[in-house]
Design a protein around this ligand. Structure first.
Ligand SMILES: CC(C)(COP(=O)(O)OP(=O)(O)OC[C@H]1O[C@@H](n2cnc3c(N)ncnc32)[C@H](O)[C@@H]1OP(=O)(O)O)[C@@H](O)C(=O)NCCC(=O)NCCS
Length: 205
């Protein structure tokens, strides 16, 4: 695997349709609904440099893009996808890191969030410092929640007044100190305290 992950620019616009197809086919295979993205919308993100694209030579193998909500106070890293032939090799993790770093650079004061039922995304976001939250902590921008209309569970979200659903909300707040990763705890070595006894004067010659 000789994959390069690029911050998108207009030279990658030709991949827009293929990206939409890959996202659609992956969602079909997972049996979930998706927030429908038009080719034009993906092309706009690419042109604006608000996306990352993974290529093996000329072959499209992964993608993710940035969306902003609530007047840029909230950012979502959306549309994460890895080509089926390239999965389980750590590629999504690299794409996530790149789009996360790009989001922090472009919108340093914004909260970054996602909602997901996927374990892979939960794991990756947790490693980046996201915390699980209720939907009340996320954007109330209608545009974001309208994206859920394509999901098979939309009726559950509606029934609960957009306060809860099957997805878990994950939030990175730049103002909160970053959390310590569990692995850091595991590696912490507690040194035993060895007390040396003072020599007993009685036995002194
Ligand atoms: C989800 C997806 C992006 C993962 O891509 P990938 O390149 O295989 O992921 P990685 O190899 O980088 O794995 C990242 C982490 O997720 C875990 N993971 C990957 N796929 C997983 C799965 N199907 N179920 C559970 N965990 C999974 C990995 O074990 C790894 O965790 P670790 O760091 O603890 O080992 C890919 O399967 C995909 O494109 N699926 C279809 C689209 C999709 O579901 N997108 C997410 C929308 S919310």
């Amino acid at each position: 695997m000789n994959v390069e992950i690029h911050i998108a620019n207009s030279s990658f616009v030709g991949y827009s349709q293929e990206i939409c197809d890959l996202i659609y086919e992956s969602a079909q295979a997972r049996g979930t609904g998706i927030a429908k993205r038009s080719t034009e919308y993906v092309a706009e993100k690419i042109e604006a440099g608000k996306a990352v694209i993974a290529l093996d030579g000329d072959k499209l193998v992964g993608f993710s893009y940035i969306e902003t909500f609530s007047h840029k106070r909230f950012v979502a890293n959306s549309g994460l996808v890895v080509h089926p032939d390239y999965r389980n090799q750590g590629l999504a993790k690299k794409i996530k890191k790149k789009i996360f770093d790009l989001s922090r650079k472009l919108y340093p004061n914004a909260k970054i969030f996602s909602i997901t039922t996927g374990l892979a995304v939960m794991k990756m976001n947790t490693e980046l410092g996201f915390k699980p939250v209720t939907f009340s902590e996320l954007t109330d921008d209608e545009e974001f929640w309208n994206g859920c209309k394509g999901c098979r569970n939309y009726d559950i979200l509606q029934r609960n007044n957009f306060k809860m659903c099957l997805c878990t909300g994950l939030l990175y707040d730049p103002k909160e100190p970053s959390i310590q990763k569990p692995s850091t705890f595991a590696k912490k070595v507690v040194k035993p305290v060895i007390k040396t006894r003072k020599p007993n004067k009685l036995y002194k010659k």
